[in-house]
Ligand binder design. Sequence first.
Ligand SMILES: [Zn+2]
Length: 66
Amino acid sequence: MKYSALGVSSITCPCCQNDTFDKDYRQLNSRGATFFGLDWANKEASILICKRCSYILWFMDEPAKK
Ligand SMILES: [Zn+2]
């Protein structure tokens, strides 16, 4: 599946330039959020996993399917 995000018409993998991903969701780790001093602790993030190299891209706003 291909995806687009805010201001990005077509998301591509920064490692291998592939443009197909599997989408999943991950709870943001509150310990990590505290470490970074961010206030979105325990919110859910969207992740896209590159189908070619398995690199994971994280998004706070859910990417849209193309
Ligand atoms: Zn990749």
